[in-house]
Ligand binder design. Structure first.
Ligand code: AMP
Length: 216
C-alpha cells in the first residue's frame, strides 16, 4: 500500500505512522525524521533545514522534494510506503503525483488525522522524544516514562524537540492551516481521503486507522 498521513502537528502522526507501517509491513517515511537525522549528522542539507525548522517554517521545496524522492526510490519502498509529513503543501503534492506517475505507482489512501487545536498545543508541549530512536515517543502527562528523562524502551535520553516550544507550535499550526490543509482538497478530488478522529488512546486511533484503510 502507498499511504499519505496528514494532520496538524500534535495529531500523533509519527506514533500512528510507526504502528501502521509495522502492521502493514511497509517503511515509515518521515521527512521530519530525515531532516533530524541530517541535522545530527551535520550534513549540508541538515544545516540548511535546521534554520527553517527552528522557526517553525517549511523547509524549501527544492530541498524537501529531492530528499523525499530519493527515499522513496530506495529498495525497501518498492512495494509501498507510508508518508508522514510529506507532502506538506500543494507544490509537494503535485511533485509527488508526477513522481508516482513517472514510476508507475499510485496512492491507495490519504489518512487525515483530526484533532482540536487546544489539544494539539497540550500534546506537543508535553512531548518527549528518545534521542536514540525517534519512534520512542512519551508525554509527561499522557504516557510518562517510568523514569524521568529516560526512554522505557531502550534507556536513551528523552528530550524536547526544539520546535516543540509553544511559540513555535503556534507558528507550525498557522503554517499547517495555510500550506498543508489545502492538500486535503487536492486528494479529495482524487477520492483518496479518509478522515478519522485522532482523539483517545493510541491503540484505539490505530484500530480506527486500520479499519479506515481496510475499507479503501
Ligand atoms: P515533523 O517531524 O513532521 O513535525 O517536521 C518537523 C519540521 O520539519 C517541520 O516543522 C518543518 O520545518 C520540517 N519539515 C518536515 N517535513 C517537511 C516537508 N514535507 N516540507 C517542508 N518542511 C518539512
Amino acid at each position: 500500500m502507498r499511504i499519505v498521513l496528514v494532520g496538524p502537528p500534535g495529531a500523533g502522526k509519527g506514533t500512528q505512522a510507526s504502528f501502521l507501517a509495522e502492521n502493514l509491513s511497509i517503511p515509515h517515511i518521515s521527512t521530519g525524521d530525515l531532516f533530524r537525522a541530517n541535522i545530527s549528522q551535520g550534513t549540508p542539507l541538515g544545516q540548511k533545514a535546521q534554520e527553517y525548522m527552528r522557526a517553525g517554517q517549511l523547509v524549501p521545496d527544492e530541498v524537501t522534494i529531492g530528499m523525499a524522492k530519493s527515499r522513496m526510490e530506495e529498495p525497501d519502498a518498492a512495494g509501498g510506503f507510508l508518508l508522514d509529513g510529506f507532502p506538506r503543501n500543494i507544490a509537494q503534492a503535485v511533485a509527488l503525483d508526477s513522481f508516482l506517475d513517472e514510476t508507475g505507482q499510485k496512492l491507495d489512501a490519504v489518512l487525515d488525522l483530526e484533532v482540536p487545536e487546544d489539544e494539539v498545543v497540550k500534546r506537543i508541549a508535553g512531548r518527549r522524544i528518545c534521542r536514540s530512536d525517534s519512534s520512542h515517543v512519551f508525554h509527561v502527562e499522557y504516557s510518562p516514562p517510568k523514569k524521568d528523562g529516560v526512554c522505557d524502551v531502550c534507556g536513551g535520553e528523552l528530550y524536547q524537540r526544539d520546535d516543540d516550544r509553544e511559540e513555535t507550535v503556534r507558528k507550525r499550526l498557522a503554517v499547517y492551516h495555510s500550506e498543508t490543509e489545502p492538500i486535503i482538497d487536492h486528494y479529495k478530488v482524487q477520492g483518496l481521503v479518509t478522515t478519522i478522529s485522532a482523539l483517545g488512546e493510541v491503540g484505539d486511533v490505530t484500530a480506527r486507522a486500520m479499519a479506515a484503510l481496510r475499507r479503501d
